[in-house]
Ligand binder design. Sequence first.
Ligand SMILES: [Fe+2]
Length: 141
Amino acid sequence: MTQTLLVNARDIPVLALDFMNHDHAEAVEMVNALYAALETAESTEIDTQLDQLYIHNAEHFAREEQHMQTYGFPPYPVHKSEHDRVLAEMKALISYWKSDRDKVALGNYLQHTFVDWFNSHLMSMDRVTAVFVASQMAATP
Ligand SMILES: [Fe+2]
């Protein structure tokens, strides 16, 4: 059976920090599995996958923020506020899903809002952050 992939892991940019690449690859697997689950899975199974994606993102954002703070990334507040915005948006979406079970809305969020954000965030804020932190790491004995 061929599964519809929302994001192909080969299409995401390779950044200068391994932990970011590792976390991003995991997010791709999770979002693809969630999108496929919309076709077949029970709502409670989708609940679990959504909660896991939220936790994954919260933990991943915290790792990025820790690195930005440790290495003094100047635009930290901009990057941090973008993470906070996305988590708040996801939280609202998840609570809407759990009350209304609207598969079309959830599918649209994943296919458009989340994936568009993911692609542009990796290419912009994450890419700049990774280059900065990696260069600071290399300069720190
Ligand atoms: Fe980020």
